[in-house]
Design a protein around this ligand. Structure first.
Ligand SMILES: *Cc1c(COP(=O)(O)O)cnc(C)c1O
Length: 380
């Protein structure tokens, strides 16, 4: 095997060719922007896919999270519980709303929000007399947390869930699609996600009033009047008809893309089993994860420092990254409240050893073999 000239990236767009046909259609009708029939169809098809009543196509997943917080009434001085082991975009919109994030640790079985840590956080909030306005549940690398327990807890305290399924489009829990579990759910079509519109997002809900309110807020909160009348402040958060056309064509191949990412994961696990001490993000029993990124824990005390491994992979033209750095360790959230999973801080343990491997569905077998060979060398 020889070093590839082209860098092997973690995750990048995977076009099928159908996108061009859909975009041509948008051109032919001159529905370039704003909105248009592909936007309507993209929303309808996405709601059907997720098994929810309604969906709203937006310019990004971040915009969808921001609108979801507005729907759930999150405002200045409110508290929002958030998964700590996630991308900052899960949490940043809470700060746009001048709310205070409180971070919840992961558990070992799912690497996602720990029900035990969530319970401690709720009990503490109740003692203080200030419950959170919502719980933002991230679905790390395309796997949900133990949703039965998380949902039961949130119901007990009557606090709604905002399900950040940005990495989990196509994942399932107990036979139901991720994105359909929260009061509001969110997908992302950023360039590195399972499918892409180059940039975009979706807000989903069974509550049609929520989706209509979000539609209003996403189009500058324009009231029904002959002139431009505004009682509230909104945003310019809609997606264009051109990008929705790309999204519809990408959706046709979603199942294949998820299967391919799962196949890539299975090959890594199979081929790396002989590396002593290596382990992978487990798949919780009720889940079918997307394996958006294959996440592994490198052996403790493998003789090499974690950063050496990343450096070696880089020298072999392979892009690897550590896991998301937990939000409660981020300088921008210094001093924020954090609830660990009992005696241990699982997210910190995972971050200390966790690595993401290239997982693009368009990656070739040869490229993956190069990654495997390089990783074995870096750990030996
Ligand atoms: C990508 C991502 C987002 C944000 O999506 P954008 O479309 O990039 O704004 C939110 N949450 C998580 C967990 C993500 O991975």
């Amino acid at each position: 095997m020889k070093r590839p000239d082209k860098r092997i990236l973690l995750s990048y767009p995977h076009m099928s060719g159908d996108e061009l046909e859909y975009v041509k259609d948008a051109f032919a009708s001159n529905w370039i922007a704003p909105l248009g029939p592909h936007v309507d169809a993209f929303e309808k098809e996405s709601a059907e896919f997720a098994g929810v009543k309604s969906a709203l196509a937006l310019s990004s997943g971040s915009a969808a999270i921001h609108l979801a917080l507005r729907l759930l009434g999150v405002g200045a001085g409110d508290v929002v519980f958030c998964s700590t082991l996630t991308f900052v975009a899960s949490v940043a919109p809470a700060v746009y709303q001048n709310a205070t994030p409180v971070f919840i640790d992961s558990d070992e079985e799912t690497w996602n929000m720990s029900p035990r840590a969530l319970r401690s956080a709720f009990e503490c909030a109740e003692r203080k007399g200030k419950l959170p306005k919502c719980v933002i549940v991230a679905e790390l690398y395309g796997q949900p947390p133990r949703l039965d327990e998380i949902s039961a807890l949130c119901e007990e305290y009557s606090v709604p869930i905002l399900e950040d399924a940005a990495e989990a489009l196509g994942a399932e829990y107990d036979g139901k699609k991720c994105g359909s579990f929260g009061s509001v759910g969110v997908y992302s079509y950023n360039g590195n996600k399972i499918i892409t519109t180059s940039g975009g997002g979706m807000l989903l809900s069974d509550n049609e009033e929520y989706v209509e309110k979000a539609r209003f807020l996403a189009t500058q909160a324009r009231e029904r009047a002959p002139w431009y009348e505004h009682r509230e402040i909104g945003y310019n958060y809609r997606i264009s008809n051109l990008l929705a056309a790309v999204g519809r064509a990408q959706m046709l191949h979603l199942d294949e893309r998820v299967s391919r990412r799962r196949e890539i994961f299975a090959k890594y696990r199979r081929e790396l089993t002989d590396v002593p001490g290596i382990s992978f993000m487990p798949e919780y029993k009720k889940c079918r994860a997307t394996r958006w990124l294959t996440a592994a824990l490198i052996p403790p005390g493998s003789g090499r420092d974690f950063t050496d491994v990343l450096g070696y992979m880089d020298s072999q033209n392979v892009e690897c990254r550590p896991l998301w750095k937990p939000m409660h360790l981020q300088p921008c959230f210094a001093g924020a409240e954090y609830f660990a999973d009992g005696e241990r801080s699982v997210s910190e343990e995972l971050f200390a050893r966790g690595i993401c491997l290239p997982s693009a569905s368009a990656m070739t077998d040869e490229e993956q073999e190069w990654v495997i060979k390089s990783l074995k060398e870096s750990l030996s």
